[in-house]
Design a binder for this molecule. Structure first.
Ligand code: FAD
Length: 367
């Protein structure tokens, strides 16, 4: 259970964080104060010793209150996961304490890398070797959690020497790094989401997270996608909670759909958690792709059911019980990289099969 002080603050701030009148600088401090950033991190490294499945659950609980705050958590926690999995112990020891206590913001500009691995687009950041490390040029068009008081961002970089892409942490203090103004969004506005431009940026070798993106990213993918699933889980649960209190009386016709959606969602959640814990998603990424798609659809369906259960009151701007915000939040899930289009394309490429989710085994079914 989320600390009640945090959930009350998130509930109170959710609309402001979505439309941009919230204080985006404070989100990480509140998350850190409730110690949620330590969930799933080894105790020896300053964590609380739980699992990545517990981190997904925490993320879902935050997303039930505010998807904007949950996406900030997702960026921060994913960056922490990169460091945990990085062979660069010195970098981990240097950055982890300030990331875990929310003093430093961690951002992941890796949607470009994920698209690159799937052959969708070229890497947008390149580097040439220097005596002490690399000279980096390029841009990242979308990155969240670029807190103005300072951040470190993970980027996949195309090297010129052997062409092998690698993963760098890039601190905001380097000269040659330019953060744009916040991008103007239809929701999730107070998330410090902006573009980054790198011009002749000198990055020392000590900032290397991994020297081979093609090895590192697939190993990291279960945690990366699992945390993303938490966004949809939280949103779906919250909409279904809103449905539950409204389906009595003349809306009871929705009860069967409500129970079916809730049952299916929790089956999906237990499949996700067991797969994260037994490690099967490393060898079976398609099972996880299917789950990501299914969670996103569950959230969309739940928000739609909430609309039907609420009727006209959901459409009144001043009286929508958060529905309008959740509708905007749900629009984010299908386009988050890997987007549903990218996941479906990848699944099609790997077998040309229709993909459906089945309880207890996120499975692929011949169509
Ligand atoms: C709120 C939010 C936060 C995000 N945070 C991150 C993050 O932290 N890290 C990360 O790596 N990615 C982040 N992204 C990027 C996201 O994961 C997708 O990469 C992005 O939504 C584009 O996906 P796509 O593949 O559909 O776009 P594409 O297929 O690349 O583009 C689809 C169309 O949209 C246009 N387009 C795309 N982006 C822009 C833009 N910025 N300005 C103008 N036109 C554009 C393209 O030119 C193209 O015509 C974020 C996106 C959003 C909406």
């Amino acid at each position: 259970m989320l600390d009640p002080t945090l959930s009350q603050w998130l509930d109170a701030q959710a609309l402001d964080l979505d439309v941009g009148s919230g204080d985006s600088q404070k989100v990480l401090s509140w998350l850190a104060a409730a110690d949620v950033l330590r969930v799933g991190v080894n105790q020896l490294e300053g964590g609380n010793g739980k699992t990545i499945a517990d981190a997904v659950e925490v993320l879902a609980q935050i997303a039930s209150c505010s998807l904007a705050a949950a996406f900030v958590f997702c960026g921060q926690r994913t960056f922490i996961e990169y460091l945990i999995k990085s062979p660069n112990k010195a970098l981990r020891e240097k950055l982890l304490p300030s990331l875990l206590d929310g003093k430093l913001a961690g951002a992941t500009g890796l949607s470009n890398a994920m698209k690159f691995l799937s052959g969708i687009e070229a890497l947008l950041v390149t580097a040439s070797s220097t005596e002490k490390g690399w000279r980096v040029d390029g841009r990242l068009p979308w990155v969240t959690n670029l807190r103005r008081s300072g951040f470190v961002v993970a980027a996949a970089v195309e090297g010129t020497r052997d062409g092998r892409p690698f993963i760098l942490a890039i601190p905001s203090t380097l000269s040659g790094l330019k953060r744009s103004d916040d991008l103007q969004l239809i929701g999730l506005q107070s998330t410090n989401t902006a573009a980054l431009h790198f011009t002749q940026l000198d990055v020392n070798r000590e900032w290397l997270i991994h020297d081979d993106a093609r090895v590192f990213l697939p190993a990291l993918r279960p945690a990366f996608l699992g945390l993303q699933c938490g966004l949809a889980i939280g949103l779906a649960r919250r909409s279904l909670m809103e449905v539950e209190v409204r389906i009595r009386g003349n809306r009871s016709v929705l009860a069967e759909t409500f129970h079916e959606q809730r049952r299916r969602l929790e089956h999906l959640v237990s499949d996700l958690k067991s797969g994260l814990l037994d490690g099967r998603f490393v060898a079976e990424p398609t099972a996880l792709f299917c789950l990501r798609i299914a969670f996103s659809e569950s959230a969309t369906n739940a928000v739609n059911l909430e609309l039907q259960a609420s009727g006209g009151s959901a459409f009144l701007s001043g009286n929508s019980h958060g529905f309008a915000r959740r509708l905007r939040e749900s629009a984010f899930l299908p386009i988050l990289t890997p987007s549903l289009v990218q996941l479906r394309t990848e699944l099609q490429r790997q077998g040309g099969e229709a993909v459906v989710w089945r309880p207890a085994a996120a499975s692929r079914v011949h169509g």
